[in-house]
Design a protein around this ligand. Structure first.
Ligand code: GLC
Ligand code: GLC
Length: 667
């Protein structure tokens, strides 16, 4: 076998041919005495130790190969390898027994998150309930809505002033004191687990805040910590990198580097200038972040959302996104969790080209992923009233490897970017650049006749790029209709909202609401009054929860009246509970139904003998659907809409009301 001390990717194929199994095994043998010392110092049963060792034997060769590939030429490789292994062992040894139980259960049931019963919600702790203590009192609310999965936006200690909505973390091991303590987080995790709600937290691993301990040490001139980041004495290298980089936040600062006055050096800052990108070419960074990850795992979190995953590896001459080594890093983190915290899952946050999004998904990387392509194309379909780009994309992009799932969402705390594939568009004769310009004009309300009230995010004058901010309801037409006291417009807006929810709740994967959607919350323009938020238009769609809506709802239910918000809440609540009653909606398998109507999206969901046909009308005109299509797709003659209870015989043509969605099962 050919050996090389060079770590270049050209040698990868040579290693891949024979693998590194001998080297992996020998290294493990050499490390075993250290592990033995560790276990001997611990008060753990032989069974517990054996469980760890079995998983280690299984995953070690791959973990070793990944880390060797990334760091094998580094002078301190073996030191970090040893530390990583000991950290993994300590994590298992100290893992609360309740979490070990969850681990064992999930190893045996790797599809636990594919259930039709799973429905997610995402929220900011401070905006929703002030703090973690009060959030515990909201568990009934989540149950009332039907949520079984909760993503709490970053709640860790942050820098003072602007902290990018919590994504500028100064300490991964402490909770923002305004929200509570780590102990509060543990209590919340326990309570959520007790009622069957999965907890999702961010693992913001691409960057730290500029006031994180490591960054402070770097600023103080500590060389060890300067190597945790990308720091440059002059513009030579930044300029070279810059030639092939995109700008993510061009209105914050041009380029990807920030001059630091104190250090008199340039720092790589992909996002805001106070978010310093970590240097994963340094094994010390991988090791340190693995330790932070395990700390989080021990609080009782079920799923870690890998924030800004596409950016974690930099390679001169590339756009430094989606690099092969970024995937190796994710796999290495994943293999570590298999060994030490096997119940923990990863969720990918890659808001990039659809071909790249899917590459982060796998049992050996992120088991679940945001589905930004579906999200963007649902909004695209609403704007165009046509589903051809959406169906084109779904026809070859929905399928995922087994034991993985999409997270289907409509809005989140971030902007909407039109990340569809240009070639998908071209195949339909759509010019992608022009189409994005149209969508931006449409969703900012500039386009004649648009119902939307979005606002621009990160418009880049050089490239013409722009993304869209705005709440679901404001983008779907509710803000405009309410302002114009337009009853018909209001009705249409509510229907658009329910149409989109009806798709994400049925198409396969985990549906995820961004809380506030359930009330049709409108844009909140007051963010401009807060200097720490004014420059970031995403705050327009991050409103505070209004608990009086819930009181109003309760009053309304008694009096039999319905405000717009109560209606949206009740419709959504109903849809969620119907989803949970339909086993056909479990899993990921989905097949499109060919229909000769450009406004109708139709697909079949099949699971363990259950079958559901979904038909959605993306136009504000009534549409018809041939009964024969339904008969052949649904394998039956009489159907019932699970949402309304209406019957649909296939002997006649089906009528769909404007924006109506049907969930049809055979009767
Ligand atoms: C992710 C977050 C976004 C944040 C960025 C930097 O994309 O979702 O809110 O600004 O990462 O952390
Ligand atoms: C993400 C995405 C970008 C998104 C941003 C948050 O990581 O790549 O498109 O808009 O960060 O705003």
């Amino acid at each position: 076998m050919i050996r090389s001390t060079h770590n270049g990717s050209s040698n990868q194929s040579l290693f891949a041919l024979e693998g590194l199994s001998f080297e992996a095994e020998l290294s493990l043998q050499r490390l075993t005495p250290r592990l033995t010392d560790f276990w001997d110092s611990q008060d753990v049963t032989p069974e517990l130790r054996r469980e760890f060792e079995l998983r280690l034997e299984h995953y070690w060769p791959e973990l070793f190969e990944l880390l060797f590939d990334l760091y094998g030429t580094r002078y301190d490789f073996f030191y970090h390898l040893e530390q990583i292994l000991l950290t993994a062992a300590a994590t298992w040894a100290n893992r609360p027994e309740t979490l070990r139980e969850v681990d064992r259960h999930r190893v045996n049931e790797p599809d636990w998150f594919q259930s039709e019963k799973i429905v997610g919600g995402a929220l900011y702790v401070d905006l929703f309930s002030e703090n973690l203590g009060k959030l515990r009192e909201s568990i009934d609310y989540f149950k009332q809505l039907g949520l079984t999965y909760l993503h709490l936006m970053p709640l860790f200690a942050v820098r003072p002033g602007d902290n990018d909505g919590g994504y500028a973390i100064s300490n991964y091991r402490s909770v923002d004191p305004r929200l509570g303590t780590i102990e509060d987080l543990r209590l919340l995790a326990d309570e959520l687990r007790a009622v069957g709600i999965t907890l999702v937290l961010d693992f913001v691993f691409n960057h730290t805040s500029d006031d994180h301990y490591w960054a402070q040490q770097a600023q103080a001139g500590n060389r060890e910590y300067q190597q945790f980041y990308y720091i440059f004495p002059d513009r030579t290298q930044p300029d070279q990198y810059e030639r092939t980089l995109r700008e993510i936040f061009p209105t914050v600062r041009r380029g990807n580097f920030t001059w630091h006055d104190g250090m008199q050096q340039w720092v790589w800052t992909t996002f805001n200038s106070f978010q310093w990108d970590l240097n994963y070419s340094n094994p010390a960074v991988f090791r340190a972040m693995a330790e932070e990850m395990f700390f989080l795992a021990q609080t009782g979190v079920d799923i870690l959302r890998l924030d800004a995953i596409a950016f974690i590896w930099k390679e001169m001459g590339t756009d430094c996104e989606n690099q092969p080594n970024a995937h190796k890093l994710v796999r290495a983190f994943n293999r570590l969790t298999r060994i030490a915290t096997p119940g923990l899952l990863f969720k990918s946050e890659a808001i990039v080209h659809p071909d790249e999004v899917v590459r982060y998904i796998g049992e050996d990387r992120c088991q679940i992923s945001y589905n930004p392509t579906l999200m963007a194309l649902l909004w695209e379909s609403l704007a165009t009233r046509q589903v051809r780009l959406l169906t084109k994309s779904l026809s070859h992009r929905h399928q995922l490897p087994k034991h993985t799932a999409w997270v289907n969402y409509l809005r989140c705390h971030d902007d909407i970017g039109w990340t569809f594939d240009d070639a998908d568009a071209a195949s339909l004769g759509i010019n992608a650049f022009d189409h994005r310009q149209f969508l931006n004009a449409f969703y900012t309300g500039q386009y004649e006749g648009s119902f939307a009230r979005g606002i621009p995010f990160q418009a880049n004058p050089d490239t013409g790029d722009m993304r869209i901010a705005g709440t679901m309801a404001s983008l779907a037409g509710l803000e405009q209709a309410v302002e114009q006291e337009d009853a018909h417009g209001t009705e249409m807006a509510i229907r658009r909202i329910m149409l989109l929810q009806g798709v994400t709740l049925s198409i396969g994967g985990i549906p995820l609401l961004y809380l506030g959607e359930e009330w049709g919350m409108l844009n909140d323009y007051d963010f401009v009054k807060d200097p720490a938020k004014a420059a970031d238009t995403r705050w327009v769609h991050r409103p505070k929860m209004r608990w009086e809506f819930l009181q109003e709802l309760n009053g309304h239910v008694e009096e039999g009246v319905n405000s717009i918000r109560s209606r949206i809440f009740l419709l959504l609540q109903k849809m969620i509970s119907v989803r949970k009653s339909l086993p056909a909606l479990a899993g990921q398998q989905m097949e499109l139904v060919r229909v000769n109507n450009p406004h109708l999206l139709s697909f079949v969901r099949v699971n363990t003998g259950h079958r559901l046909i979904v038909i959605g009308n993306f136009s504000e005109q009534a549409q018809t659907f041939d009964g024969n299509h339904l008969r052949t797709a649904g394998l039956g003659r009489f159907f019932e809409d699970a949402l309304t209870g209406e019957s649909y015989p296939t002997s006649s043509t089906l009528q769909l009301e404007p924006y109506q969605i049907l969930w049809l099962s055979r009767v």
